[in-house]
Design a protein around this ligand. Structure first.
Ligand code: ADP
Length: 558
């Protein structure tokens, strides 16, 4: 019994061990299988992770690339195009729009429909432009912190919120909307990245999800910085261009001013030469003619009767003889006798008088000019009869130039006309114009001086005209002859005298009256000088009247 038990024990022990080993092995095996399975799962996870990491690495490498590329660009539309291409190609979105507004550069929208362009025609679709208004729904969606907006295809509302508006406007169903931030100015625009409705032919699109966020945010940050830099650069360029234009304009102004100054210096030089010539001619006559006349006069000794004042040519011993007329005693005296021709003397005296008058006019012109130029002339307003004014002018012209061998006709208004003004100055203007007309019209020519009422009932004017049929003025000189020192012929060989101040003085005196003066002329046919003076001082405007036009005989404008 004991033996059997033992045997049994032995057999049982052996069986147990075997069983135990088998179990252990089985367990081990199971464990190993589990571990292998876990390892395989881990390996697969690792592989996926590795793949993900590779993808991310690639995206970051491309992001770095695009960053470098963007840094080399200066044109906003090129930058936008590259950004849009990047989003569509790298992130597999269907649509990308970059919306800029205001000062950020070309306001507009760059919209790329990937499914129409890239995936069908293998190229980016055409760029559409449209204004991004400051009240655009795309901008309204951002809060002050400028956080991005993420909308998926489940967003649907009945009342048409801003998000629905964006969906409609940019044909997107799910999208990210990132603000493009500018440090000082806040939101400068936005980037819209998204997909159209599900039925789109493009199947592998990426829905907005967390994975996309980091690289997209990086891209947007990069875009913000680039656009801000480009804007600053563009602003600088604009400023530089503005400065260039301002400098060019200023240079042009300075050069014009320099030309004008040079011209003024030239004219003044010419004027001085003219004035010295003009002064020398009459002065020569005034100095030399009396000298020549004086040569005709001689002092002789004569005997004068103390009783009857009779004169006798002296002979040496006549002092002792009595007067042959009355027998009175004679005394010797010296008297001056003229041995020249009296009519010749008169001619010379007339010449001196003429030259003296000419000199006087010249000096008056220069003095008047400097007084008018320095603003010292103050008008002495008085009521003036236009008839009387013309009469006075006529008399002065008659006295000063006498019979000029030119017919001067004066035509006065039909009825007596009263105006206000400085009579002396208005006479001066008319006399100046008439003297010029006489000077530039040959013998046999005619001069018409005319005064008439013009303007309107509210602003009545007196219109004066001095017309001649003399040499005329070249059209290119018509604008400049009213400037000081200007003469049509300013050369040293000119035939007509003068200083070139008369018309400048006339213009300033007319303008002091609040009037305007102008000229019309045709070479070889003659000239008409016209000026208008407001009838009443109340009408005297601070800025002169426009230059008048010729009046028809009826009183209307020609
Ligand atoms: P001045 O007569 O002393 O030269 P003005 O200022 O009076 O100066 O005239 C300027 C220029 O205008 C004259 O030199 C002349 O060339 C031109 N001019 C003025 N009046 C006439 C006129 N009636 N006919 C032709 N030329 C004229």
């Amino acid at each position: 019994m004991e033996k059997f038990t033992l045997k049994t024990n032995i057999r049982e022990d052996g069986d147990d061990v075997a069983d135990k080993d088998a179990d252990a092995l089985r367990n081990e095996n199971q464990n190993l299988r589990n571990q292998v399975r876990l390892l395989m799962a881990a390996e697969s996870k690792l592989y996926t992770l590795q793949e993900h990491l590779n993808n991310q690495q690639q995206i970051y490498a491309r992001l770095a690339d695009i960053g470098r590329q963007l840094n080399t660009l200066l044109k906003i539309d090129e930058i936008c195009k590259i950004l849009v291409q990047f989003v569509v190609y790298e992130f597999n979105f269907e649509r990308c729009a970059i919306l800029l507004h205001g000062k950020s550069g070309p306001s507009g929208v760059l919209l790329v429909n990937a499914h129409e362009g890239y995936y069908e025609n293998d190229e980016i679709a055409a760029i559409e432009t449209a204004k991004l208004q400051s009240d655009s729904p795309a901008l309204k969606e951002f809060g002050e912190d400028g956080r991005h907006l993420c909308v998926n295809s489940e967003h649907e509302c009945a009342h048409g919120c801003e998000t629905c508006n964006i969906k409609q406007l940019y044909l997107v169903d799910e999208f990210y909307l990132f603000p493009l931030m500018r440090k000082e100015e806040g939101i400068a625009g936005c980037i819209l990245v998204g997909n159209s409705k599900q039925q789109a032919r493009y199947q592998t699109r990426v829905a907005p999800d967390g994975d996309m966020m980091v690289p997209l945010t990086n891209l947007v940050r990069q875009a913000s910085i680039t656009l801000a830099n480009v804007n600053s650069y563009n602003a600088l360029e604009e400023e530089r261009a503005r400065l260039d234009i301002a400098v060019a304009e200023r240079t042009q102004e300075l050069s014009t001013a320099l030309d004008a100054a040079n011209e003024a210096v030239r004219l003044k030089g010419e004027f001085l030469a003219k004035v010295s010539h003009e002064l020398r001619t009459p002065l020569n006559s005034i100095v030399n003619v009396p000298k020549a006349l004086a040569a005709d006069y001689r002092l002789i000794d004569v005997y004068v009767c103390q009783n009857c004042s009779a004169e006798f040519q002296s002979d040496d011993d006549e002092s002792a003889t009595p007067c042959p007329e009355c027998g009175g005693s004679l005394s010797m005296e010296q008297v001056t006798v003229c041995e020249g021709d009296a009519s010749e003397h008169l001619r010379f005296l007339n010449l001196v008088q003429q030259q003296g008058t000419h000199l006087l006019h010249l000096v008056e012109d220069v003095l008047n000019f400097s007084r008018v130029e320095s603003g010292k002339v103050k008008l002495d307003y008085q009521p003036i009869s236009v008839h009387h004014l013309l009469h006075e002018v006529e008399q002065t012209i008659l006295l000063s130039i006498g019979n000029t061998a030119r017919c001067i006709r004066y035509s006065k208004p039909d009825v007596e006309v009263q105006m206000f003004g400085d009579e002396t100055r208005l006479k001066q203007v008319l006399i100046n114009l008439i003297n010029n007309a006489v000077k530039f019209t040959s013998h046999g020519g005619s001069i018409d001086v005319c005064a008439s009422v013009a303007g309107s009932e509210i602003n009545p004017l007196v219109h004066f005209e001095v017309a001649d049929n003399g040499i005329g003025i070249p059209s290119e000189q018509l604008d400049v002859i009213f400037e000081s020192f200007r003469q049509v012929d300013g050369s040293s060989t000119r035939i007509y005298g003068g200083t070139g101040l008369g018309l400048s003085i006339a213009k300033q005196l007319v303008e002091l009256h609040g009037g305007g003066i102008s000229v019309k002329s045709e070479i070889g046919k003659g000239s008409v000088f016209l000026f208008d003076i407001p009838m009443n001082p109340a009408q005297t405007f601070p800025s002169p009247l426009p230059a008048p036009t010729e009046k028809s005989p009826e009183g209307g404008d020609a």
